[in-house]
Design a protein around this ligand. Sequence first.
Ligand code: ZN
Ligand code: ZN
Length: 356
Amino acid sequence: MLYRIQTIQKKLPANTGALVISPQNRYYLTGFSSSEGYVLITPQQGVFLVDFRYFEAAKREVKTAQVEELTRLREQLPALLARFGIQTLLVESGYVSLASFAMLKGICQGVELPAQNALDEWLLSLRMVKDEEELGYIRQAQSITEHAFYKALDFIRPGVSEREIYNEILFDYYRQGAGGMAFETIVASGPHSSSPHASVSDRRVQAGDFITIDMGAKFNGYCSDMTRTVAVGHASEHMQRIYQTVLQAQLAALNVLSANKTGHEADAVARNIIDQAGYKGAFGHSLGHSVGLDIHEEPRLSPGYEKTLPAGVVITIEPGIYLAGDCGVRIEDMALLLENGCQNLTHVAKELLVLK
Ligand code: ZN
Ligand code: ZN
């Protein structure tokens, strides 16, 4: 984990420091979760400032930075900057409010705080590529997700409500030691399945419904993400055709997905299959997004994403067809990008499942 701070140190110009503020990035650099705190990276070392509530545990657990108790930032930060000879401070801006930035500017008299700087970009490109430890947590999050999905399948029958299915999933996450949901679980039945991000309701499942379940647990801060659409009782020919089209698009995209390609290539493969099957316009979102500490990270699989994807990215492949007032299908896996291809991290079968 130390390489993360070291990578930033190597990029810092002389007499320049970096201040990391967001919970995700503080956790990424220290492995320590806290609601408040600061990581100051100087060319000489990293300093983790955290208040009394966390100080004892942080001192024991954090190995990547020197831990100091945060008491009065107004005095401590200028003193630290002076101690390390910092004349320019790069402040993380992606998650930080203008008010916090103005406050920092006010207390760091005599130090330059450029409003635009490369720190966010450095953090972003570091976080894109997952190391073995991160992959282990993502795999564990996915294994919890799959266990909860099978539990939900056992539970689904005509008459149970979307909310009851949602509760079963959530309960199983916690029973397995998850940190919670990676995002708000979607259970969309019948006509609700045509809204890609439908909110859970009290609607009761009926025979002949599609149910789209988009779910992911969190483990040690890391997210997982998977969607399956299942039918209840029976699936009409119309439903089967939609399902098979989405499945074909998803498999084709997985087949071409690889590092060293642009984000739009896999998207185009899936989109063409859906368009050519007569569903043009019914796949109204992009094919996928990266997953890590945040559920939506860079890079993306979308029509406008022209950058090349690096190996080591964990990304979703989630085509869908949504017919307003009728029904919808989405199938989503999470895969690890390799130099030549990808490794699917999702193990749940994808053939149309009709729950009897
Ligand atoms: Zn999802
Ligand atoms: Zn997703």
